[in-house]
Design a binder for this molecule. Structure first.
Ligand code: RFL
Ligand code: PHB
Length: 390
């Protein structure tokens, strides 16, 4: 078998790249470890930067997002029971789209059907070889346990943080940077109207909380919990009580609670591995960088990687020009590190750290006070939150 491009991982990075390449008549094969049902049921990101919105529109997957997504022109931040609004529209004339990653992924899978892109699910035992040769080889076991082997020009690692692609970069070349935070986010999805029409990021001495949403009758809430907590320890009642403590009273007095339809804990981590390319292997998305969700950057960084990478691959096949592929890692990493910085900053500003002393608490409150009063600080926040230019 020969394929121009083999993509490992059928999450948002892998399927978006597959779609862009298929639209440029490049033949791609996507190898995904899990079932399609599993991939389409994962509840994750909710906020799309404007660049992401435009990338989806440009590639024919914008119409449902435009109908069902919600444009937000600002967000609320709160501390000490006071909330203030950062107005993206007024500060920098930009906005974001609230539309779930689950929906984005569904739309991508639907669109891919039109191009007959092969997506193989329940794939195991992927092995990549000959990355420094002109043609590389990817072997794998299909759902029935049958072994296959594919020759390809490009192998793209879109297989998330726990994937196997990154490990194919020799350890003397790969350099990783990592910060693990001493807490996680307990997330609840409930079929209740959102407490507010914009997101509320709450800094509280008991820990961070976030009020987010998917649509008029679907809310997404998060609270900071210790790393050691298990989801079974948290009944719905305990979750709602704790959330109400942490949100400003304006919100907790009016919140509508209900049974959770999904509840999970996500650990928080900042991670970057460099470079994002080795021979014919290119990495994108969570396979090569992870951010804590506080700044809503993870999915958006995956999309900017795909922007740079798809341009490089298309330019290679259409014009035999390798320049954009050669500069991919360097260019993508410049933007990745800015997302890493903003997510780290916002996490540090909004969370309660286990050994935080009074000095650090004062600094957080002072920074929030500065942000609530300074137009310049709000501009800088908005510029990063809505997404830096590609
Ligand atoms: P994914 O989504 O992890 O997909 C990787 C795919 O690869 C498959 N896979 C393999 N396939 C074949 N062989 C193997 N050996 C494989 N190993 C793994 C997996 O099954 C999977 O299908 O990575 P991708 O595509 O790079 O996308 C990244 C995003 O999913 C991620 O960055 C975001 O969800 C992060 N994130 C957020 N990002 C935002 O931009 N805005 C947000 O508001 C936001 N909120 C969040 C988030 C992530 C969260 N969690 C759960 C970590 C909120 C949360 C709670
Ligand atoms: C979400 O709605 O899941 C969400 C929103 C904003 C974030 C993180 C997650 O910063």
């Amino acid at each position: 078998m020969h394929q121009q491009v083999v993509i490992i991982g059928g999450g948002p990075s892998g399927t978006l790249l597959a779609l862009i390449l298929a639209r440029a008549n490049i033949d791609v094969l996507v190898l995904e470890k899990k079932t399609k049902e599993y991939v389409l049921s994962r509840i994750r990101a909710g906020v799309l930067e404007w660049n992401t919105v435009e990338m989806l529109r440009k590639n024919g997957v914008g119409s449902r997002m435009d109908r069902e997504g919600h444009i937000h022109e600002g967000t609320l931040l709160s501390s000490l029971n006071k909330q203030f609004r950062i107005d993206f529209k007024n500060s920098i004339n930009k906005k974001v789209m609230v539309y779930g990653q689950t929906e984005v992924t569904f739309d991508l899978y639907e669109e891919l059907k039109k191009y007959n892109v092969k997506i193989l699910h329940e794939i195991d035992d992927i092995k990549i070889s000959d990355l420094k040769e002109k043609i590389s080889c990817v072997s794998f076991k299909d759902v029935k346990g049958k072994l296959h082997s594919v020759n390809t020009q490009f192998v793209i690692g879109c297989d998330g943080f726990h994937g196997i692609s990154r490990n194919h970069i020799p350890s003397n070349i790969l350099k990783s940077y990592e910060k693990v935070y001493p807490f996680g986010w307990l997330g609840v999805l409930s079929e209740t109207p959102p407490v507010n029409d914009e997101l509320i990021y709450a800094n509280h001495s008991r820990g961070f909380a976030l009020a987010s949403m998917r649509n008029e009758n679907l809310s997404r809430y998060y609270i900071q919990v210790p790393n050691t907590d298990k989801v079974e320890q948290w009944s719905d009642d305990n979750f709602w009580d704790e959330l109400k403590f942490r949100l400003p009273t304006e919100a907790s007095d009016t919140i509508v609670t209900g049974p959770s339809i999904e509840k999970s804990i996500a650990p928080l981590r900042s991670f970057v591995s460099e470079p994002m390319r080795y021979g014919n292997l290119y990495l994108a998305g969570d396979s090569t960088h992870i951010v804590p969700p506080t700044g809503a950057k993870g999915l958006n960084l995956a999309v900017s990687d795909i922007h740079y990478l798809s341009e490089g691959i298309i330019s290679f096949f259409e014009n035999k020009d390798q320049h954009l592929l050669e500069t991919y890692s360097e260019k993508a990493l410049l933007r990745v590190w800015k997302g890493i910085r903003f997510s780290w900053w916002m996490t540090t500003l909004m969370h309660n750290f286990p050994n935080q002393d009074e000095f650090e608490r004062k600094i957080q409150l002072t920074e929030l006070d500065y942000l609530s009063n300074s137009k310049e600080a709000q501009r800088a926040f908005s510029e990063n939150y809505v997404g830096l230019p590609y």
